[in-house]
Design a protein around this ligand. Structure first.
Ligand code: ATP
Ligand code: MG
Length: 321
């Protein structure tokens, strides 16, 4: 079994990414699993090149500092050659209508003359990410199910038309942690691409910044610390975070505080401790660019090596080489 998971460097890594994804990747991953920073995917929307480069390095450093085995991590664009080749083969196996029917494209770009062509074709690149590595399982949220379905379709079609080469991947629902909510607005989840940073705790935030963000977190005027997500969503979010940091249920976490201000202090300190090794480790890696580059190259080398026989076979079957 090979699982592939990615994070797009669309912004700074935040507490939600850490609790919901990176921390799990570090503890639950198998030896054949792969993790990647999907910098190519970040180009489907307007972006600044220098910022993309910096965020890619930062995302990589945070991933590594979180304890994921370095040899299982790579940056997508470091395999641009392999992925580009397979992407073209798959684009030529994909119908225009199939791509245009993707819900994400319809929501973000359909009908807009200036929408990037990459926004239309990125599910095919995602299929290349998946198929190139012989991935069998792709843990994704519901918003990406349709893209994994497309990868399955293209794999089956290629195998049926040209010859068996690709494993057929399937989407798996990741063991769910409730999404960490924005501290200023519990109706929204914490997101890298959030415009407003006040309610988003970043993995690299200094302790004082973390304290300030939690002190300013919205609560409600009921004044009771208890876990009731429907009636008290903001307080419930704080309890879920506190619980996740201590590996206890949010109900148990509610025992730790009797006022909102006690609760905020407790969550802030728990988050600071939770993120400390990540922040310190990532800073160290970012301060030693040569070492980070070496690690990055090793990961890329391993991923490329893994991919090469499959890519060669696919190109040959497709009538190339
Ligand atoms: P963007 O705003 O660009 O979509 P994002 O913060 O949603 O960024 P992704 O790159 O889409 O981050 O997701 C990376 C991983 O982090 C995924 O596994 C996703 O499920 C997880 N994740 C993202 N946001 C949260 C959150 N608020 N709580 C828990 N997990 C999250
Ligand atoms: Mg997202």
């Amino acid at each position: 079994m090979t699982r592939l998971s990615g994070i797009t460097p669309s912004g700074h890594v935040h507490l939600g990414n850490h609790l919901g994804a990176l921390r799990r990747w570090a503890t639950e991953g198998g030896p054949d699993d792969l993790y990647f920073i999907s910098d190519l995917h970040a180009m489907t929307m307007p972006y600044r090149p220098e910022r993309l480069r910096a965020l890619t390095r930062e995302n990589l450093a945070v991933l590594l500092a979180g304890g994921i085995a370095p040899e299982t991590v790579f940056v997508q664009s470091d395999l641009a050659g392999e992925l580009g080749a397979l992407n073209w083969v798959l684009e030529c196996a994909c119908g225009y209508g199939e791509a245009a029917r993707m819900i994400q494209f319809k929501e973000k770009g359909a009908g807009q003359d200036t929408a990037r062509l990459g926004l239309l074709t990125y599910p095919v690149l995602m299929a290349a990410d998946i198929l190139l590595q012989g991935t069998t399982e792709v843990p994704v949220g519901v918003d990406q199910n349709q893209h994994v379905e497309l990868a399955r379709t293209l794999a089956r079609r290629f195998n049926g038309t040209y010859g068996e080469v690709f494993a057929i991947p399937r989407a798996v629902v990741p063991r769910t942690a409730a999404a960490v909510r924005n501290l200023s607005d519990p109706a929204r989840k914490m997101a890298k691409s959030a415009q407003q940073h006040a309610g988003v705790v970043f993995a690299l935030d200094e302790p004082d910044v973390v304290r300030r963000k939690f002190r300013r977190a919205v609560t409600d005027d009921l004044g009771t610390v208890r876990y009731a997500p429907d009636e008290q969503p903001a307080v419930a979010n704080l309890l879920e975070i506190l619980g996740a940091c201590g590996d206890v249920s949010p109900y148990a976490a509610a025992e730790a505080a009797s006022t909102y201000s006690e609760l905020k202090d407790a969550v802030a300190e728990a988050v600071i401790e939770q993120l400390r090794p990540v922040r310190e480790g990532a800073r160290e890696l970012l301060d030693d660019p040569a070492e980070l580059d070496r690690t990055r190259q090793k990961g890329a080398g391993r991923a490329a090596e893994r991919a090469r026989p499959r890519l060669d076979a696919a190109l040959r079957l497709a009538g190339l080489r």
